[in-house]
Design a protein. Structure first.
Length: 271
């Protein structure tokens, strides 16, 4: 694709000054690749009206910052730890303009275009960014963008959920069925995988696992993800937290964290 002329960028900057946005466009970058995020931030320096207010590297942080800080524009990576880009949109209480940053194939990208959702293909090219910024101006007053996004989520690439976990056994690696796991526990640099046969070590982080485990695995604490089918009983604890008694031989007791209370209630159908 040819580079737009200088006159194109001059026209674009003039359009930005007459856009429905305030004097500055507050933007958030969500990408788990620092190099990619840094390149995009550098490219955005060509647009003085755009002020990058935050850069985040996982889905949880993206949701928190967007709902709290209410940026005008979000550059949203699709594949991120915790929640992917599509899942982030499903958890938003506030509707920003969204530009997907993606390495997906052209068929998925076409789905975004048809539904009025813009995208940037990694690595971001300056001429393509210029087109995206023009679309931002044209959609500045569109209030139902998030509705359009959600309407196509089911048509996009299905979620890739894992069915086995690789664990270390000396110099060898074994694979454990995720259905056999009672809970995952973060310990030092490793994650402990608790099963009926014992405790095993996995090298993946809880954030990585959380976005790839089946839906019946619940993050209940910064250090714990539990299999809800392996909970023997639960008790109300303190200020909206719970005490979980697992069904393993030790009947391990896990205290949940208040920050995960809403998700726990939702997934366990608690009042």
């Amino acid at each position: 694709m040819a580079m737009p002329s200088t006159s194109y960028f001059i026209t674009l900057r003039k359009n930005m000054s007459a856009s429905p946005f305030p004097a500055s466009i507050r933007a958030l970058l969500a990408d788990d690749e620092p190099v990619a995020s840094g390149r995009l931030r550098k490219a955005l320096e060509a647009y003085p009206q755009v002020k990058v207010i935050a850069e985040v590297t996982d889905g949880h942080a993206a949701i928190s910052h967007i709902n709290r800080d209410k940026p005008d524009l979000v550059f949203l990576d699709i594949q991120m730890p915790g929640y992917n880009g599509f899942e982030v949109l499903q958890h938003l209480e506030y509707t920003p303009l969204v530009i997907f940053v993606t390495a997906y194939d052209q068929y998925a990208i076409k789905a975004f275009e048809v539904n009025s959702v813009d995208y940037l293909l990694k690595p971001v090219a300056p001429d393509r960014l210029a087109i995206s910024m023009q679309r931002v101006l044209e959609k500045g007053a569109q209030a139902n963008l998030l509705v359009n996004v959600k309407s196509v989520l089911a048509q996009l690439i299905p979620e890739q959920k894992i069915s086995t976990i690789p664990v270390k056994a000396g110099a060898r690696v074994h694979f454990i069925q995720v259905e056999d796991v009672y809970f995952f526990e973060a310990k030092d640099k490793y994650v402990q995988v608790h099963t009926a046969t014992g405790v095993h070590l996995a090298e993946h982080t809880l954030i990585y696992l959380e976005g790839r485990l089946p839906a019946h695995f619940i993050r209940v604490h910064r250090s714990f993800i539990v299999n809800k089918f392996k909970i023997r009983e639960m008790q109300k604890y303190f200020k909206g937290t719970y005490l979980l008694v697992m069904a393993d031989a030790l009947q391990t007791r896990i205290r949940t964290a208040y920050s995960y209370a809403a998700a726990i209630r939702e997934k366990l159908l608690l009042p």
